[in-house]
Design a protein around this ligand. Structure first.
Ligand code: NDP
Length: 795
């Protein structure tokens, strides 16, 4: 071809990256990957290995240790033995190790990049310019957090040995996201990479060895799901951090239910890419390329659902198709390609099956002739139009280079379609009107929202999802809380608390016919309502004399309460100042009736009047605290290295079910409800048996405090039955439970279906009078989700 012709066609030649150094490294390892346990390379106890191949040419890369329970046991033992000493080294010493890791990654960046592309099939351009630089940034950033841990988190301690299970789409980056914060906060690690992509994890272990990271601090277990399962089930592991499919995430939630293991899950997504009619369409097209064809679309937050305003749809789709025609698909080590190979034949089959489903459901397919290589796992950039929002391909994660396109007419419709998903990981909004973009961003249910950009990540900005995209955050300050706990937490007792609930042995009624019989009711949607089933339960005073009856709430009452909470969604959008004002008003009204409430406490519990009065005083003070924090527990602004600001906004979780601590009576009720509503949540509250009557007294105060109906809903009745109903309910976003170990297990297990954010006490007793515990900020943190909104700047 002549130069003149090249100027016309603009065709690229090949620009291959050499794999010589990586091949030599593999040869030095005799093409064998072993576990790295307690600072030593160890072959699997079973001596079994499986093959790992390069998906771009199906050539063998290495044989990989097939880890099982015994290997995991050794790794956990090593982690346990090393952990206390690792923490005791202090923040500065740990910072130096993390800094050394970051330095080594930079020094060997090219080897890491080539190895990653060989192993995974991703373009070298991406592993070299995105994955590996972000990995180094993650270790540098967290070296900083290790350095300041003692001053920033003086009342926190590490968890112990953490188990981390990662997927194949960003092998080393996912390792960095998990290992860096865990080590920084003083934990030790047992990590299992995906069976398809272990190479860079092995090189990482080699680097840990070279910098003489203390033995047992980082342990690498290779293998498939068996090894993952053994980590999840290991009783001495304090926390599981998992990234992968929602199905396995759900399984892990169920397996760990009730064990007390901390859990963070970063799962699938079906993220919306919303284009308004005033967007710069050429920029949008490049954005789409990054959103869905980056990493062959094997990205949990890929912008896989294109939502275009109807008026510009035709024009955009036309531009997009001509851009698709120019995308180059090829060998991962060619620097000129746009897309590499899909990770494995099995993933290729999954993608093809999903396309078949889409076509059966009536979608229209567009694939350009991208001249795919003959060998290897390649799939072309794909666009599906004519797609209904409810169709399978619009709802299910495909995890491949497949974009589904839909249209919308109004801004509200765009938000509705974007939120019509069981996932909530990310979204991308394109408009030249920043006011519009910033209006839509908070309304989209997603952990990361990119405005006029997409797929941007940084160690300082937390990443994680809503709904079935999982819970917990990775990166940022919020990500650190996943790897530590309040020092008082490990000291909580599990003795049965002393609770005075009179059982009414004598069955005497105090109600004389001279009194007007007061009927305590449920409190739903701001109204007092009778229970649907028409049953009541007796309430006895300390002398076993029946003093009242409370409604025996049931499944239908819970349904009504949740509906009422949904209708009160304006509470989450109202200003923090307004919420604070209403909380102050509640405190004022409670104080005005303090003696009446104190007497009721005495009547129910037999406490002295002085003690009961002190409890009310503290309750009033706690309401004041929640009101005070309503407009002070703010988000943050991050400045990542890119030309962008990240607004880390704290948002309400949504509908929170609260099952009150049995032992804490009225104070427990106030201490749990108030921070939840201060942060904008709506609450469905199940009082303890002891304080149920007080809860029904309390709604009279709510009625006179301007609290909108539906923000607090109180359902009395059998706690266990109501807990079960709430845990299974699809419209509950968060669940706070104080009760038995068995009850805690049930809440976590049942919540797996919808991935509710659960916070349970595993039968441990909080000290509800303790400032250290209750006013530590833990309630506020549990009451919010952090959404990062990325706003680029510069003309
Ligand atoms: P999985 O969720 O199966 O795998 C993720 C990790 O978990 C891997 O290390 C895997 O091991 C391990 N694992 C698998 N089963 C168990 C188990 N029972 N207990 C503990 N660990 C387990 O994802 P796949 O790799 O199979 O991909 C399937 C689908 O998941 C994709 O098509 C995509 O939709 C989604 N996915 C989402 C990702 C995300 O980032 N959100 C990343 C990857 C996949 P091993 O690989 O050895 O089986």
């Amino acid at each position: 071809m002549t130069i003149k012709e090249i100027f016309t066609t603009m065709e690229y030649g090949k620009a291959p990256e050499s794999s010589a150094v990586a091949q030599q490294w593999l040869a030095d390892k005799q093409h064998t990957f072993d576990h790295y346990i307690n600072g030593q390379w160890q072959s699997p106890k079973t001596k079994k290995y499986f093959k790992s191949t390069n998906p771009a040419n199906l050539e063998n890369i290495a044989q990989v240790a097939d880890g099982e329970v015994d290997d995991v046991n050794s790794a956990v033992k090593a982690g346990e033995a090393a952990q206390q000493q690792w923490f005791n080294l202090g923040g500065h010493a740990r910072a130096k190790y993390l800094y050394a890791i970051a330095r080594q990654i930079q020094k060997h960046a090219r080897l890491f990049s080539v190895l990653e592309s060989l192993d995974n099939g991703k373009p070298i351009r991406e592993s070299r310019d995105i994955d590996i630089p972000l990995v180094a940034r993650h270790f540098y950033h967290h070296a900083g957090w290790a350095q300041v841990m003692e001053s920033e988190f003086p009342n926190f301690e590490p968890l112990g040995v953490v188990g981390q299970i990662i997927p194949w789409n960003f092998p080393l980056l996912m390792l960095a996201w998990k290992v860096a914060p865990a080590l920084a906060m003083g934990n030790t690690v047992v990590l299992k990479p995906a069976e398809f992509t272990c190479a860079t994890a092995v090189l990482f272990a080699q680097i840990c060895d070279e910098i003489q990271l203390p033995k047992g601090v980082f342990n690498l277990i290779l293998g498939d799901a068996k090894a993952g399962q053994a980590i999840v089930e290991h009783q001495d592991i304090a926390k599981i951090a998992f990234t992968g499919s929602t199905d396995v995430g759900r399984l892990i939630r169920k397996t760990t239910a009730g064990t007390g293991k901390k859990l963070s899950l970063e799962l699938g997504g079906k993220s919306a890419f919303i284009v308004f009619d005033d967007a710069d369409l050429d920029n949008v097209v490049e954005g789409i390329v990054d959103a869905i064809w980056f990493n062959q679309g094997q990205v949990c937050c890929a912008g896989s659902r294109l939502l275009v305003q109807e008026s510009i749809s035709e024009k955009l789709i036309c531009k997009l198709k001509s851009r698709m025609d120019k995308l180059i698909v090829g060998n991962s080590l060619d620097k000129c390609i746009d897309m590499g190979a899909v990770v494995d034949q099995s993933q290729l089959t999954t993608i093809k099956n999903m396309i078949d489903i889409g076509l059966t459901e009536g979608a229209t397919l567009y694939q350009s002739d991208n001249n795919l290589p003959k060998n290897g796992c390649f799939y072309p950039p794909t666009l599906l139009t004519n797609v209904e929002p409810a169709s399978t391909i619009a709802q299910q994660e495909i995890f491949g280079p497949v974009l589904v396109a839909m249209t919308f007419r109004t801004h509200d419709e765009a938000v509705q379609i974007a939120n019509n998903s069981r996932y909530g990981l990310a979204a991308s909004i394109w408009s030249e009107n920043i006011n519009l973009a910033l209006d839509v961003a908070p309304r989209v249910k997603a952990g990361a929202v990119w405005i006029n950009c997409t797929n941007m990540f940084d160690a300082a900005a937390g990443f994680g999802g809503y709904r079935e995209s999982g819970f917990g955050r990775e990166g940022g300050k919020e990500g650190l809380y996943e790897y530590m706990q309040e020092s008082w937490y490990s000291k909580l007792s599990i003795d049965k608390p002393k609770v005075v609930v009179s059982k009414g042995v004598e069955k005497t009624k105090s109600c004389s016919t001279n009194h007007i019989d007061r009927t305590a009711k449920l409190y739903i949607g701001g109204k007092q309502t009778r229970p649907d089933n028409g049953y009541s339960l007796p309430v006895y005073d300390i002398n076993a004399v029946q003093i009242a009856e409370i409604p025996d709430g049931s499944r239908k009452d819970i349904r009504n309460a949740v509906e009422a909470a949904n209708k009160a969604s304006a509470w989450s959008k109202t200003t923090a100042h307004n919420r604070a004002q209403i909380l102050y008003f509640i405190a004022e009204n409670l104080e005005a009736r303090a003696s009446e409430f104190a007497q009721r406490i005495c009547q129910l519990t037999g406490q002295t009047l002085a003690k009961a009065t002190a409890e009310i005083d503290l309750a009033v003070s706690r309401i004041f605290s929640s009101a005070a924090w309503a407009d002070k527990f703010d988000g943050q602004i991050h400045s990542p290295p890119q030309r962008v600001v990240t607004l880390a906004m704290k948002e309400a979780v949504g509908n929170i079910a609260i099952v009150a601590p049995e032992e804490a009576g009225f104070l427990g009720m106030i201490s749990t409800i108030m921070p939840a509503i201060a942060m904008g949540n709506r609450v469905i509250f199940i009082p303890s048996s002891q304080s149920a009557l007080l809860a029904t007294d309390f709604y009279q105060i709510l009625n006179t405090s301007d609290l909108p109906g539906g923000v607090i809903n109180i359902v009395t009745g059998n706690r266990d039955v109501l807990t079960d109903t709430l845990a299974k309910h699809y419209d509950i976003d968060g669940f706070w439970y104080w009760g038995t170990a068995e009850g805690s297990k049930q809440v976590e297990f049942e919540s797996a279906a919808t991935m509710k954010r659960t916070w349970v006490n595993y039968g441990k007793n909080f000290d509800w009078f303790s400032r250290e515990q209750i006013d530590s900020g833990i309630f506020l943190r549990k009451a919010v989700e952090i959404k990062n909104i990325w706003v680029p700047y510069g003309a």
